[in-house]
Design a protein around this ligand. Structure first.
Ligand SMILES: Nc1ncnc2c1ncn2[C@@H]1O[C@H](COP(=O)(O)OP(=O)(O)OP(=O)(O)O)[C@@H](O)[C@H]1O
Length: 543
């Protein structure tokens, strides 16, 4: 937690070969002498392996003395990396996640030692259990029962291979109970989640993009006891898609193997969901809603798929330079529109979390067991649906030149786009960004360059609000006859092809271009995360 932004950029593991052993206080009671030359010790944050044999192994491969001599005989394996430890007879076997040298990721490695002093059997048994307690603190469930859904078409179609090569071995080494199923059609993940036996499963892990988790939340919301289903079953994400925001926000990585370890070690945490009503339909969004530029750059750039991840940035750029506008009427229940106060409250929550984590205070996460029968249904919406008259809580604005309408429940929308820097998993609020489409091109371009640093919010032209609910009625923009040729060129350059209608994206999925209403439902969903109350992002100091 001390340096979350670094953790986000790099491998979130410490180096198991690392030299930071001094940071771990060696605890005499936690020491196990496995033989004359080797001992295993429970440090503060890591298992310390002291082994004369390590020195010899290294010296043997020293290319006839051409390489510098290694005198180190110790190795530290952070408890976080330890997947399982057991005693087989007198043999201590420890499986752990070892970071790959050059690749961003990790693989399963094993340490095993036979305890030579047979009188130490009782001590060894207790020591192995103590190691497991450090590897799995009281708020982390061991042997998670997982339903794994693999989208064979996710991202570039490699999800199945990634699952088998990089992820399954980690879950297996952590003794997770796995039931894998490939999705066979669009909507299959929702059907599976709707029919899932929620008492037999702790986690639904999606080897996909963000599309499958969206379906799983919505499938759980259709169960007979939806509220209990959403509390009982944690939704997890193995990043194998073109959009992997969920994994970035909750685990700080888009590497499938690192995400797998984060799932094994994940803390059950509540997540706000957003109820979206459109016509007579209700769905639940966990990530974002966009109308206009972001939705078009996400969904309306199909003809630019050959560009890979660049197509989204290109789509935004073309529309920004074209000063594209998306007229709409917007009604909002505002919680706060004071950017400074929003950042202060965010920092306060992060600090509270840091203090609680340092004191090892783990708040119990409700698993739905205590819900009374009349609480099993989804909570009633406080602000009604899109077909109801607007209540007095809403403030309505006509936005004839709206440029960007983007609402988020998570911070990062991809590995390098922290749009909603003050977003928190369960603060009962949505973060809403509005930017007028007529801001000068130079300003729009400099805004774009600050997204990656997370400082776009500082522009006075950017409205950043915490909201409880909103209704948006998008309108089709009129194109004056003189601008039609220019508009067509812009549309072609931006990858929109012949698309006539505007686009709305909910968690990256298209919904009809019609009015919709959104209301945050505090803590309705459950996920697995590294730090519970906060995402894997640090608010820039300049904000
Ligand atoms: N077997 C299947 N055939 C067709 N579509 C499927 C299948 N399995 C899942 N899908 C659909 O694929 C969509 C995208 O899934 P996912 O999020 O895993 O991939 P992605 O690569 O991130 O997304 P995108 O397609 O937007 O790039 C979801 O809407 C899901 O319902």
């Amino acid at each position: 937690m001390a340096n979350m932004s670094d953790a986000r950029r790099d491998n979130p593991f410490d180096d198991p070969d690392g030299s930071d052993i001094s940071a771990s206080v060696l605890d005499a009671a936690g020491e196990l002498n496995v033989d004359r030359n080797a001992s295993l010790t429970l440090g503060t944050d890591a298992l310390i392996v002291l082994d004369e044999g390590l020195k010899h192994e290294r010296l043997n491969s020293n290319l006839c003395g051409l390489l510098p001599q290694f005198s180190r005989t110790t190795r530290a394996v952070p408890f976080y990396n330890i997947l399982w430890a057991e005693l087989n007879g007198f043999e201590v076997v420890i499986h752990y996640a070892q970071p790959n040298g050059k690749n961003k990721g990790c693989k399963v490695a094993c340490i095993n030692y036979t305890v030579t002093d047979k009188s130490l059997h009782g001590h060894t048994k207790a020591w192995v259990e103590a190691l497991m307690d450090r590897a799995y603190p009281s708020n982390v469930k061991r042997r998670k029962r997982m339903k794994v859904l693999v989208n064979p078409f996710g991202g570039q179609g490699h999800a199945q291979k990634i699952w088998a090569r990089e992820v399954e071995p980690i879950f297996a080494a952590a003794h997770c109970d796995i039931d894998m199923e490939k999705t066979a059609y669009k909507g299959h993940a929702a059907d599976i989640a709707e029919k899932l036996d929620i008492d037999a499963v702790d986690v639904v892990a999606c080897a996909s993009g963000d599309g499958l988790p969206y379906e799983v939340f919505n499938g759980l919301a259709k169960q007979k006891q939806p509220r209990r289903a959403l509390k009982k079953v944690a939704v997890a994400h193995i990043p194998c898609g073109s959009g992997n925001a969920m994994s970035m926000n909750l685990y700080g990585t888009d590497s499938p193997s690192l995400a797998a370890v984060a799932i094994v070690k994940g803390i059950r945490s509540p997540l706000d969901l957003t109820a979206i009503t459109q016509g007579s339909n209700t769905s639940y969004s966990f990530l974002s809603q966009s109308v206009g530029i972001i939705a078009e750059s996400d969904l309306g750039t199909e003809s630019l798929r050959w560009m890979g991840p660049l197509r989204f940035k290109w789509g935004v750029l073309v529309r920004l330079l074209g000063k594209t506008i998306y007229p709409a009427e917007l009604s909002v229940v505002v919680d706060s529109d004071d950017k400074r106060a929003i950042c202060e409250r965010y920092r306060h929550t992060v600090e509270e979390h840091r203090v609680a984590a340092a004191k090892h205070i783990h708040s119990e996460v409700d698993d739905g067991a205590l819900l009374s029968p009349n609480e099993m249904a989804l909570p009633a919406l406080k602000f009604g649906t899109v077909t109801d008259p607007l209540s007095a809580d809403f403030q309505t604005q006509d936005l004839p030149t709206l440029g960007n309408f983007f609402v988020g429940n998570m911070c990062l929308m991809s590995s390098d786009t922290p749009f909603f820097v003050a977003a928190l998993p369960a603060d009962g609020r949505l973060d809403m960004i509005n930017i007028d489409g007529t801001v000068p091109r130079t300003t729009a371009l400099s805004m774009l360059t600050t997204v990656e640093r997370g400082t776009m919010m500082a522009f006075p032209e950017v409205s950043y609000r915490k909201v409880l609910a909103y209704r948006i009625t998008p309108r089709t923009r009129p194109t004056p006859p003189k601008q039609r040729v220019r508009a067509k060129i812009g549309q072609w350059l931006g990858g929109a092809g012949k698309q006539k209608e505007g686009l709305i994206a909910i968690d990256g999925e298209r919904i009809p271009f019609e009015p919709f209403q959104a209301e945050v439902v505090p803590g309705l969903g459950t996920v697995l995360s590294r730090h519970g109350a906060v995402y894997e992002f640090e608010l820039p100091k300049s904000l």
